[in-house]
Ligand binder design. Structure first.
Ligand code: SF4
Length: 265
């Protein structure tokens, strides 16, 4: 992203939170200036805004995380290629993140397979949620049971690195461990030796992100990664697959290659 008018680069370098708030405000201004969603130019404009402005949010977000980890004296044990946590059902994903990630994925030749893979994971989770009912702990139990199934994220590379690293959502970025990776796997997740934690950013950053997200409420995207990507594809994509909610797909979607996803293990 180019320079934003009126920014003080010295202040940015010294204060990641200021940088983050400015980057979020810049993204929000772009989203506010979008044409009406019914306008033919809407999606192209949305794509242009998230592609141009979300990277600065991620860059500042990562800097904020790093500063918080240092301030809190955390001893993070995560390392490149350790993908123990990439079996979680990724939740709390912002709609502008889903749109940007879909844009990145659609240039890949395996886009169709990734949509189907996401769809299958969404269905697995839906099935578990239905079994768990709707009491206050049901979601936690469902997330734990999904994790125990061990389904790797659709975007995980065979070498354990993230295949969408630059566009991975904030939910993935904020997740760390302070224990040996073996305590991040399987039932060890519930053991006292598991030291997973999430970095919470200041409330003003969370509220600024929420204000951005509300500008895309009309898209009604799920807040979870896999069903969210399926729904973005249904709205704007090019691969026909039924939505998890059972809604008919976008009739204008072009047919891609037949689904041929690797079976879930
Ligand atoms: S998006 Fe990347 S970091 Fe997040 S769960 Fe998937 S592979 Fe892991």
């Amino acid at each position: 992203m180019g320079k934003q008018a009126g920014r003080d680069d010295g202040r940015q370098a010294a204060n990641p939170l200021v940088r983050l708030l400015e980057a979020i405000a810049f993204l929000r201004a772009g989203l506010q200036a979008l044409p009406d969603p019914q306008n033919d130019r809407y999606y192209a404009a949305l794509a242009a805004v998230v592609t141009a402005r979300l990277p600065a949010v991620y860059e500042a977000y990562d800097a904020c995380l790093a500063e918080t980890l240092e301030t809190e004296g955390r001893t993070v044990t995560c390392s490149r290629g350790c993908a123990a946590c990439c079996r979680h059902f990724v939740s709390s994903v912002e709609p502008f993140e889903l749109v940007a990630l879909d844009l990145f994925l659609r240039n890949r030749p395996d886009y169709g397979d990734l949509v189907v893979s996401s769809y299958r994971r969404a269905r697995v989770y839906d099935g578990i949620v239905k079994e768990e009912g709707d009491d206050e702990n049901a979601e936690d139990r469902a997330l734990y049971r999904y994790f125990l199934r061990g389904h790797a994220c659709s975007f995980l590379n065979p070498d354990g690195t993230c295949g969408v690293y630059a566009w991975r959502p904030m939910s993935c970025r904020m997740f760390y461990s302070e224990a040996s990776p073996r305590f991040c796997a399987g039932k060890e997740l519930a053991s006292p030796w598991n030291k997973n934690f999430q970095v919470e950013l200041p409330q003003e950053a969370e509220e600024a992100l929420a204000r951005c997200a509300r500008l895309l409420d009309h898209l009604a995207l799920p807040e979870n990664l896999f069903p969210g990507l399926v729904e973005v594809n249904a709205a704007f994509g090019r691969y026909e697959v039924p939505s998890p909610a059972g809604q008919p797909g976008n009739p204008e979607l072009r047919s891609a290659s037949p689904p041929n996803p690797a079976p879930l293990s």
